[in-house]
Design a protein around this ligand. Structure first.
Ligand SMILES: [Zn+2]
Length: 72
């Protein structure tokens, strides 16, 4: 029971981290424009992860983040 709760707490902490990453990804570092997901592919280094490429709608600046794809 206690182990299960710890796992749930860990999962919540991961989800929070992801949410922060998603928030960081939502604004362009160059022009503060809105970043949109352009491409999602499996991370070749870790099958539990996926690489999400965000592209700025304003200036085309792109960033790729490696995130846990387990939420699907
Ligand atoms: Zn931009």
């Amino acid at each position: 029971m206690a182990t299960k709760e710890r796992l749930a707490a860990m999962a919540a902490s991961v989800a929070t981290k992801e949410r922060l990453a998603a928030m960081a990804a939502s604004l362009c570092a160059v022009c503060s424009g809105v970043m949109v997901v352009k491409l999602v592919v499996p991370d070749p280094r870790d099958r539990a992860l996926e690489l999400r490429t965000y592209v700025c709608a304003e200036c085309g600046h792109s960033r790729t983040y490696s995130v846990d794809g387990g939420e699907r």
